[in-house]
Design a protein around this ligand. Structure first.
Ligand code: C5P
Length: 300
């Protein structure tokens, strides 16, 4: 029998290509049609043998990441241990590159990676999806990766066919936005405007653009129902989006609940030049490029 000593799991960030938000449900969540797309910005979660459960967080911009029991990766390890009936023993290290509270599901990604890493460390074969769904609406997608439509509160996943690779630029903002606050602002704005959302549905045009690998068509289809709420809470994002559009992005939107803004380019080279121009324009804390789709949480 081999003893597993160290497990390293790489897990991607996501951008929502479409986020259609239905009415507020009785359980406090919203029904969604959420087109998730995993992109090549990665966190790593390392799990090593230990006598109890510990967490270290490493990275250049880790302000605001919880380092105790409220970190979603710690909760993931505890939930898995409870499910398996084993003691939760692991030294976890999160190496963070995904923006914190940025609307790119970094915390959810770490939780998914912790599930995969601890399952491997503890030699467990178990379906992680139900545990992921209990931890958060975006956690199951971080296990799956690729491109997928999430329905329900985002946890019921249907993979989507994509041709080729899409090239992205992400403008990271100073400070995060709270996801519950952005959903609440979305409800408030809708109430104010007398809007009554119908059942959310994935856009056939968007799915066709993905299947065809047509970046121009995809750019025109990008849509996020949370964007007005994110802009209301962080009006400066308007300038960021506008700058990207003026600089020739095929499409621009707030990623999830924000404040990260995502821009689609038609090649890796165009993405690099758009990133340089956005940096020059001074409309973001920092600017990074990435491509998608990429696989979900993977043991290295
Ligand atoms: O599932 P998760 O913990 O990521 O959700 C964080 C918060 O985002 C929820 O407490 C809720 O306020 C909001 N949310 C929602 N509808 C969803 C997903 C999240 O209202 N489908």
């Amino acid at each position: 029998m081999t003893t597993v000593t160290t497990v390293t799991v790489r897990v991607p960030a996501k951008v929502n290509l479409q986020l259609a938000v239905g009415p507020l449900r009785d359980d406090g969540f919203h029904d969604l049609a959420n087109v998730f797309h995993a992109v090549s910005l990665f966190d790593e979660v390392v799990a090593e043998p230990a006598d109890d459960l510990t967490l270290r967080v490493e990275g250049d911009s880790i302000d605001g990441v919880p380092t105790g029991e409220d970190n979603l990766a710690v909760r993931a390890a505890r939930l898995l241990a409870e499910r398996l009936g084993v003691p939760a023993r692991a030294a976890l290290t999160i190496r963070k590159s995904i923006p914190v509270a940025g609307g790119m599901a970094g915390g959810s990604a770490d939780a998914a990676a912790a599930l995969v890493a601890c399952a491997r460390l503890w030699g467990a074969e178990t379906d992680l999806h139900p545990l992921a769904a209990r931890l958060g609406s975006d956690v199951p997608f971080a296990l799956l990766g690729g491109t997928a439509v999430g329905t329900g509160r985002g946890e019921v996943l249907t993979p989507v066919t994509v041709s080729g690779r899409f090239h992205w630029v992400f403008a990271l903002a100073d400070g995060g936005l709270s996801t519950p606050a952005v959903y609440a602002e979305c409800d408030r704005l809708r109430e104010l405007r007398g809007e009554r959302p119908g059942p959310p549905q994935a856009s056939p045009g968007l799915l066709a653009a993905l299947a065809a690998g047509d970046a121009e068509a995809l750019g025109a289809e990008l849509a996020n129902d949370l964007e007005p709420a994110a802009l209301s809470l962080r009006p400066s994002l308007r300038d960021t989006l506008e700058a990207g559009r003026a600089l020739g992005a095929l499409g621009a939107l707030v990623s999830g609940s924000g404040p990260t803004c995502a821009f689609l380019a038609d090649s890796a080279d165009r993405a690099e030049s758009l990133a340089a121009a956005l940096t020059e324009a001074g409309v973001a804390r920092s600017v990074v490029t990435a491509h998608g789709p990429v696989p979900g949480a993977t043991v290295l």
